[in-house]
Design a protein around this ligand. Sequence first.
Ligand code: NAD
Length: 490
Amino acid sequence: MDKLTHYPMVIGENLVTTGSEDLIEPATGRPFATVALGNKTDVEQAVLAAKAAQTSWAALSYGERSAALMQLADALEAKSEMLAELESRNAGKPTKLTIGGDIPFAIDNLRYFAAAVRRQEGSAAGEYVGGYTSFTRREPVGIVGAITPWNYPFMMAIWKLGPALAAGNAVVIKPAPNTPITTIELAKIALESGFPAGLINVVTGGAEVGEAICTHPDIRMVSFTGSTRTGQRIAELACPMVKRVTLELGGKAPFVVFADADIEAAARGAIPACYMNSGQDCTAATRIYVQDAVFDQFLTRFSELSRSLRVGDPFDSATDLGPLASQAHRLKVHGMVEEARQQGVKVAIGGSLPAGEGFYYPPTILVDAPQDSNCVQQEIFGPVAVVNRFTEEADAVQLANDTPYGLAGSVWTSNVQCAMRMVAAMDCGTVWVNDHLPIASEQPHGGFKQSGIGKDMSYYALEEYTVVKHVMLELTGEAKKAWHAVVFDG
Ligand code: NAD
């Protein structure tokens, strides 16, 4: 057998390997590469490299930082086919999705942050206390720790690195243990293209490395995307050290179809909404609520379209759904479907583990599941949709909001007043009207409730990676008498 390609960590300008472990290809279930396995000492080295690079990076003008990030975006774009292929192999994503979506969209996100930093400003000066002028500055946090999940490895890395670097920070990033390759390649491309060493440090590994990042005293902020459970643990570790934390966590998005909606459009819209990236998407529509009068019509059409999807090799351009990212995850998804079946929930299509190699799972539709069941309340994170019914608008609001999550949701209706009432009533960070899933670099993405704290993308994300400093200038040259008289007499 050919020797497997090895992917080392990137710390400062060095490629580093401490331990090593196999990476499994989701399409075959077999090892296809090895990756360095880092530890606490590697995190310490990465922080030293970040500290050495950050001060001079932060001292650059906004325009200079912007130019360096634009150049990095060009260098990544020049390698985008290679990045897409690696992402497909490592995460099992169809190339249709990586070449056509993830990689170019992430590069656009980076260009957005490179541009956005040039409009960064503090508040204008003003005299809020007589004899003093006040203004504010936005400054980088310093060293940022970033921890990312496996479902969109390259895009999640850029969502952290883009705003953190634009704001003048240096980053120590830990990708998910099973999907580290494109984050490593990103850092290597940065070095090769002349981007300053030490600003992007990649330490690979699992919870041990993640916890070392959360507890390192010189890391002033932890930016995390992943499950709510891990997010809670990260907050627990970071908060005693009073670190800034942004958490982009799980979701269980509702997709609400009113009887006056265009039902064909809703059924078609539910296909990418439920199955893009094999449903391994935090904003995926996982709870479809359909008004009684159109329930059968919607379910029939949605089932028909779901059955026509092609599940298969990520490198086949005809493939709609690739495999799930790991065997452990596939078993979790199937376990939740089985649990629903045993509780008497109808499985309209799918729901069985395919034979053969790879971690494939078919589009699956569960019907009329009790609102308090796990398949309605908890993330399944696979190609599994629950289709339930509602009668009145008030029921739709109550059902849509009835989970611990609040990341995203959509409403389908031809009545603009109903749409606007639902937009206001839905307790989540993004609401789509007559669509579900599209996002834009310029608009914020982030959850309410247990879906998180803070925003990715948009100008709001840039602000997350800065601290605000108040500057107050005494104007008289003789420390203001009236003010000092409060404490001293004369
Ligand atoms: P996960 O929480 O298991 O892991 C995420 C990252 O945290 C990984 O890098 C992992 O190694 C690391 N980690 C695990 N334990 C840790 C610990 N104790 N301390 C520090 N780091 C630790 O999540 P996952 O299974 O990789 O990703 C799927 C989850 O991510 C889903 O819940 C999904 O909804 C969520 N997600 C959310 C968004 C969003 O924008 N809100 C986007 C993508 C994914």
